[in-house]
Design a protein around this ligand. Structure first.
Ligand SMILES: [Zn+2]
Ligand SMILES: [Zn+2]
Length: 212
């Protein structure tokens, strides 16, 4: 599988461009604002974007999804429990910064819903949706069984976990999600988080100070 990580915007949010091979269909996991760098990767590998799947509704993961969808016709998937965030990008920015930082913030008018246990088959890949509330109520991780890879969004990072002090956050819920949906995966599972470098379930099981 082709996997390209593109960290972008103020929060250095990771977008992942995934495809079976160059010249085929692609999926993007999370779409930070100003998605020009994502578009450049699609062009470089001659990829056709078929869908954008969003781990959660925070602006740093969603703000480029509208532009990508309009440019390519791709559908955009998100869990509806985050609609209070996803559908209000500018309100989120004002709450975060007290103003709107320069940039293009654009979400589609319509989203495809997803729910826990869904298997989304796109571009030759099968994503299992694992609803992991805690960082936000609608947060989801995506597990690619055939690649033994988890896209962990802002649930689990290398050496850290997602913050739970933002609207809708809950540390108790995050830890329950961790136990039931994340740490049940095998140690060798590759973890590609929403910020920072990749890790594995085993490395976090032994070394992450928040999981001890
Ligand atoms: Zn977030
Ligand atoms: Zn984030």
């Amino acid at each position: 599988m082709l996997t390209v990580r593109v960290p972008a915007w103020l929060a250095e949010t990771n977008a992942y461009i995934l495809a079976e091979e160059s010249g085929g269909q692609a999926i993007v996991v999370d779409a930070p604002p100003d998605p020009d760098a994502i578009g450049a990767v699609l062009i470089q590998h001659d990829l056709t974007l078929s869908a954008v799947i969003l781990t959660h509704g925070h602006i740093d993961h969603t703000g480029g999804s509208g532009e990508l969808a309009r440019a390519t016709g791709a559908s955009v998937y998100v869990h509806p429990d985050d609609d209070f965030l996803t559908l209000h990008p500018l309100e989120q920015l004002r709450a975060m910064f007290g103003m709107t930082p320069p940039g293009v913030y654009d979400v589609p008018e319509k989203f495809e819903a997803m729910s826990d246990g869904d298997r989304i088959r796109l571009a030759g890949l099968e994503f299992e949706v694992r609803h992991t509330p805690g960082h936000t109520p609608g947060h989801c991780c995506f597990y690619l069984e055939q690649e033994e890879t988890l896209f962990s969004g802002d649930q689990l990072f290398a050496g850290s976990i997602g913050r739970t002090d933002l609207p809708g956050g809950s540390l108790a819920a995050l830890m329950t999600s961790m136990d039931q949906k994340v740490m049940v995966l095998p140690d060798h599972t590759r973890v590609l988080p929403g910020h920072g470098p990749e890790t594995t379930i085993g490395r976090e099981r032994t070394g992450n100070p928040f999981l001890q």
